[in-house]
Design a protein around this ligand. Structure first.
Ligand SMILES: [Mg+2]
Length: 309
């Protein structure tokens, strides 16, 4: 795990400057293929399409507009199964996606571990969505697991920490975390709160064992690469839309995708761009603004695929 995630996710903008001086409606980057037609989209969800249980302004219109364009939903959140995520979107009044279009860090973790060791054994700390995906491709074995996998949600306690630590130190299990987020936003009884993310929950085991965990979710490549495989497209033909510079944007740009930031999530309209991170091709206040900016690159309304030039 890179300590940089920590610092960047905690960074706040100095106050005082007017938002209009901070946000370029479109961040022009010389030489970048910003004007190439878009053949596929990767969509982050929390902070892009919704906050808590409420859809963000323009989310419905955006999803209706891109309905004919190949797209997948990608989330670092490993807690819910794709079926649960689809039902949640529908409950908010958004279109219900096919569960196969929803890629979580739990799915990417299971597929990555199966590539490394087919039929792997695992012990996990995290909520149901993670265990469901690991069970699909591996076998739970708290006695002699190949991998100790940490996700998010309830389930961490002294006994489980002790078991995990000893699987790593005495059995040689590899420590894995579904996503590097140190904290994540949540809504409880209608009020915003902050929950510990995978990066925070894996820390006690990593510290006790003196090992670096294998990190799966954004900005690491596994989830992005799985999304491109699902779309059948090269990264250069895809655009990632997200709300976090350190995960959504940095990871996509590193793989050669174009990236678009909307400032409706963790990264706010008055924040300065973190100097250490590359800028996306688009940096907009919200989805309606982004849709306007992307419109010339989207398929026409009769849903013909765009010219691949
Ligand atoms: Mg997000």
């Amino acid at each position: 795990m890179r300590p940089g995630y920590w610092r960047l996710s905690q960074r706040r903008a100095p106050s005082g400057a007017h938002p209009s001086t901070r946000i370029a409606s479109i961040t022009a980057r010389k030489g970048e293929p910003r004007h190439r037609s878009i053949r596929g989209l990767l969509l982050d969800m929390d902070g892009v399409l919704y906050h808590g249980d409420a859809p963000l302004p323009g989310a419905l219109e955006f999803l209706q507009r891109i309905a004919g364009l190949p797209h997948v939903f990608v989330t670092n959140n490993p807690r819910r199964t794709p079926e649960e995520v689809a039902a949640r979107l529908a409950a908010m009044g958004l279109p219900r996606p096919e569960p196969s279009l929803i890629l979580t860090s739990a799915i990417a973790t299971a597929e990555r571990l199966a590539l490394e060791k087919p039929g792997f054994s695992w012990f996990a700390i995290g909520e149901g969505g993670l265990e469901a995906e690991l069970s699909r491709l591996g076998e739970r074995d708290p006695e002699a697991a190949d991998f100790v996998v940490v996700g998010e949600g309830p389930g961490i306690d002294f006994e489980r920490l002790t078991l995990a630590i000893n699987l790593v130190l005495q059995r040689g299990a590899r420590l894995v975390v579904t996503n590097p987020d140190t904290s994540v936003d949540d809504t409880h009884d209608g009020r915003h709160r902050v929950l510990p993310g995978g990066g925070a929950l894996v820390a006690p085991i990593a510290v006790a064992c003196g090992v670096e965990p294998l990190v799966i979710g954004k900005p690491e490549p596994a989830l992005f690469e799985m999304a491109c495989r699902r779309l059948g497209l090269a990264p250069a033909h895809c655009v990632m839309i997200g709300d976090r510079p350190d995960t959504d944007i940095a990871g996509a740009l590193r793989l050669g995708m174009r990236a678009a930031l909307v400032r409706t999530g963790r990264f706010r309209p008055d924040e300065d761009w973190p100097e250490a991170l590359p800028r996306p091709q688009w940096d907009l206040p919200d989805l309606p603004g982004l849709l306007h900016a992307l419109e010339p690159l989207l398929p026409t309304s009769d849903q013909r695929p765009p010219d691949p030039r």
